[in-house]
Write a protein that binds this ligand. Structure first.
Ligand code: C5P
Length: 222
């Protein structure tokens, strides 16, 4: 059985749902690295700091503690300076600023330490943009999830509406485009498919089908 699994891909490709289900099926820890960047962004916004102000954001990152925990019924939680902030991580303000904050090398270095320490323990499913290329380049299994831009926007739109946010599909599509562009073109650990990753297009496929396919790869070679 593969012990370290890295699942990367752009926003809305279905990574979180799939990675979480794979982790549950295997009894592994689920590490949502995007949620850590979101928690850092939440703190930047709450402190009234401009996400483009590299120096101040870098300094703030040094004074910030971000950890993962497991809540009631096994739900993953992100703990920012000792407080569970999971419910705030998907707010549109965080969506808009997170790629800017995640592009700051000092922020990445800080979170990389935490993520690598979790990866070293083994029996983990890492999910994000650079887990197969930077966090765990020697992962036992690397998956790169994609989906068409329209489907990715529709998924994110449904998620936001369900959470009570007043947004239009066009706004969500534009925000996703902008985030993709920023994530792919930044210099520090850009979103990239690792050369040895298996690419799975989730467009029009059920979560069950994608999870099953990944679990088959996990069991390969046993
Ligand atoms: O996966 P999620 O949409 O929650 O990620 C939010 C943002 O965090 C991404 O758009 C990206 O800017 C950043 N991120 C990153 N590296 C990761 C995971 C997320 O830069 N490994």
């Amino acid at each position: 059985m593969k012990r370290v699994i890295a699942i990367d891909g752009p926003a809305g490709a279905g990574k979180s749902t799939v990675a979480r289900r794979v982790a549950t099926a295997l009894g592994y820890l689920y590490v949502d690295t995007g949620a850590m960047y979101r928690a850092m962004t939440l703190k930047v916004l709450r402190c009234g700091i401009d996400p483009a102000d590299r120096q101040r954001v870098a300094q703030l990152a040094q004074e910030t503690d971000i950890a993962l925990a497991t809540g009631p019924e096994g739900a993953p939680q992100v703990v920012l300076d000792g407080v569970d902030v999971t419910a705030h991580l998907r707010e549109p303000g965080v969506d808009l600023a997170v790629s800017q904050v995640a592009a700051i090398p000092e922020v990445r270095e800080r979170l990389l330490e935490v993520q690598r320490a979790l990866a070293r323990r083994g029996r983990v499913v890492l999910e994000g943009r650079d887990t197969g290329t930077h966090v765990a380049p020697d992962a036992d299994l690397k998956v790169f999830l994609t989906a068409s831009p329209e489907e990715r926007a529709r998924r994110r739109y449904r998620e936001l509406v369900a959470a009570g946010h007043a947004v239009t599909l066009d706004q969500v599509m534009e925000a996703l485009r902008q985030r993709d562009r920023q994530d792919m073109t930044r210099t520090a650990a850009p979103l990239q498919r690792a050369a040895d990753a298996i690419e799975i297009d989730t467009t029009g496929r059920t979560v069950d089908a994608v999870v099953e396919e990944i679990l088959r790869y996990c069991r390969e070679g046993e």
